[in-house]
Write a protein that binds this ligand. Structure first.
Ligand code: PLP
Length: 352
């Protein structure tokens, strides 16, 4: 291990207060968190401490000027050996955090530091990884600017932290999405491909309007013509036609999901044809009778079917349980990989 991480353990674990049968999402936090501070051009004071609040100056620059980025990943309990904990493609999260950091004029985190801090934190809080089917430990690495200064410029100081929460399924039904034509999530040349906090803040108002109309989520379209489907609020999008599976190609305005990439490779491994290309709303409508299923993918959501999509006041229902074979097969494949139930042809799974 290359980096020295100081560890201050909790005096008493809170795990007995945690009911694994009633987990929910994002409300319970494990005993410890990892924290590091960026000062004078280097990451210093690497520490694992009891989970708890930070004390911040009212002038903390990230609160005013938005230098705040994050990642989302999961740890699983391996079924092979109840003691093993697995991580799924953690280096991809480290790389994406650094792509976000560069675009937001923030310092990168050495990938080894990212991985070592994860490893140390998870080894300490491993008892919190749910053993329940569909349960996982959600991991939130994030970085924010900490200069105590008013003025628009890149901060000189930053904090990188990781905390974890045991989670159950994020969605438990097929979702209704609204094709969004008025608002844009991201702009060409903007920050849509990053996980910067502002992308999510900007999506809240349009999403709330769609929810008032009875939708669960927005299906964002391209910001120039609003013709091409991009992604939903926190997931990528797939359309399964009779002879091909299509997912929108990556652009600067949508997030390169790690689940998206794993689903593409997984489907291809299982013998399906997957095409990454622009996919218009009109094509979805014109070829509606050929669509077997629509589904969305993300770390938190995993793979979830869409019930259908609303477009200009018309609802296009798609979901038929009997036609959801592609998403079910690839979801099972990835779920099995993550808990070492099957051998891993991609070397994606890291065992701690
Ligand atoms: C906007 C957006 N799109 C897609 C995804 C899916 O990405 P991943 O599969 O890496 O979780 C996420 C989640 O991080 C997201 O926030």
């Amino acid at each position: 291990m290359k980096f020295e991480i100081k560890v201050e353990k909790v005096k008493e674990s809170r795990i007995s207060q945690f009911d694994p049968k009633n987990i929910g999402f994002g409300k319970i936090f494990t005993d410890h968190m990892f924290v590091a501070d960026y000062k004078n051009g280097e990451w210093t004071d690497l520490r694992i401490i009891p989970y708890g609040p930070f004390s911040l100056s009212p002038a903390t620059s990230s609160i005013h000027y938005g230098q705040a980025i994050f990642e989302g990943m999961k740890a699983f309990a391996s079924v092979e050996n109840n003691i093993d904990i697995t991580l799924f493609r953690p280096s991809e999260n480290a790389k994406r955090l650094n792509r976000s950091a560069v675009r937001m004029a923030m310092p990168e985190i050495p990938e080894e530091l990212f991985l070592q801090s994860l490893d140390s934190l998870l080894k300490l809080d491993r008892a919190w990884v749910p053993r329940t089917e569909g349960g996982a430990l959600y991991i939130r690495p994030y970085m924010f600017a900490t200069d105590d200064f008013i003025g628009v410029k890149p901060s000189e100081n930053y904090r990188f932290a990781i905390f974890c929460c045991p989670v159950g399924p994020y969605y438990n039904k097929a979702l209704r999405v609204k094709v969004e034509e008025d608002f844009s999530r991201a702009a060409p040349g903007g920050v849509g491909f990053t996980k910067c906090a502002g992308n999510y803040g900007a999506a809240l108002y349009p999403t709330a309007l769609a929810q008032k109309e009875g939708y669960d989520q927005i299906l964002w379209t391209d910001p120039i013509e609003h013709k091409f489907v991009e992604e939903t609020g926190t997931t990528n999008f797939f359309a399964v036609f009779e002879n091909e599976i299509v997912t929108p190609s990556l652009t600067q305005s949508l997030l390169a999901g790690i689940t998206r990439d794993s689903v593409i490779s997984g489907l291809q491994h299982l013998g399906y044809t997957v095409t990454e290309r622009p996919l218009s709303v009109q094509e979805l409508i014109d070829r509606k009778s050929e669509i077997k299923e629509l589904f969305i993918t993300g770390t938190a959501a995993t793979l979830v079917n869409l019930d259908g999509f609303g477009f200009r006041g018309t609802y296009h229902g798609i979901f038929e349980e009997s036609k959801t074979q592609a998403s079910k097969t690839v979801k099972q494949f990835l779920d099995d990989l993550k808990v070492c139930r099957i051998s891993d042809p991609f070397k994606w799974v890291e065992i701690l």
